[in-house]
Design a protein around this ligand. Structure first.
Ligand code: FEO
Length: 172
């Protein structure tokens, strides 16, 4: 049976993942109306992946005898300065998600909940992949500059990256 402390920490992370899904959904919607269809497709896909991260946690917690109660969500931003700003916000966001995952792992491990610690390994690896991917995309932005042609190419590339699971794609 999972402890109340670990259950609470998992519920907090479920909330974070659901919030992340909205965060990407809001950005995808902005990209779609601002003429970046590739970025929109990529971000819609990533929003779905965050929902999968959430569902995986919910099902794990319920399976271990806890109860995954969903929490209230915040309203995401709806105004962005540029596509570059969106990807800067994303990297910042994912760095903070990594910190949350590490804290969650620490809570499980220090509670001697080795089953949950083992389960969280997947999330630790996922965060490494996500940070690497978003850093790679930002490097491409630096190369593209603010030129319309460069942004057009980047948008097309994001479109092609949204075919696979987004973190399966090597951005380099
Ligand atoms: Fe659920 Fe983007 O990590």
């Amino acid at each position: 049976m999972i402890s109340k402390k670990v259950e609470k920490a998992l519920i907090d992370q479920i909330e974070n993942e659901e919030q992340s899904s909205r965060f990407y959904m809001a950005m995808a919607s902005w990209c779609e109306v601002k003429g970046y269809p590739g970025a929109a497709k990529f971000l819609y896909k990533h929003s779905d992946e965050e929902r999968i991260h959430m569902t995986k946690l919910i099902r794990y917690l319920n399976d271990k005898g806890g109860y995954a109660v969903l929490q209230k969500l915040d309203m995401p931003d709806s105004k962005y300065e540029s596509l570059l700003q969106i990807f800067e916000k994303i990297l910042h966001h994912e760095v903070s998600v990594t910190q949350n995952i590490n804290k969650l792992f620490e809570t499980a491990f220090s509670s001697k909940d080795y089953t949950t610690s083992q389960f969280l390994q997947w999330y630790i690896e996922e965060q490494i992949e996500e940070e690497r991917m978003f850093k790679g995309i930002l490097d491409k932005f630096r190369l593209a500059g603010n030129e319309t042609g460069g942004l057009f190419m980047l948008d097309k590339e994001l479109d092609s990256m949204s075919g696979a699971k987004t973190t399966d794609v090597n951005p380099g």
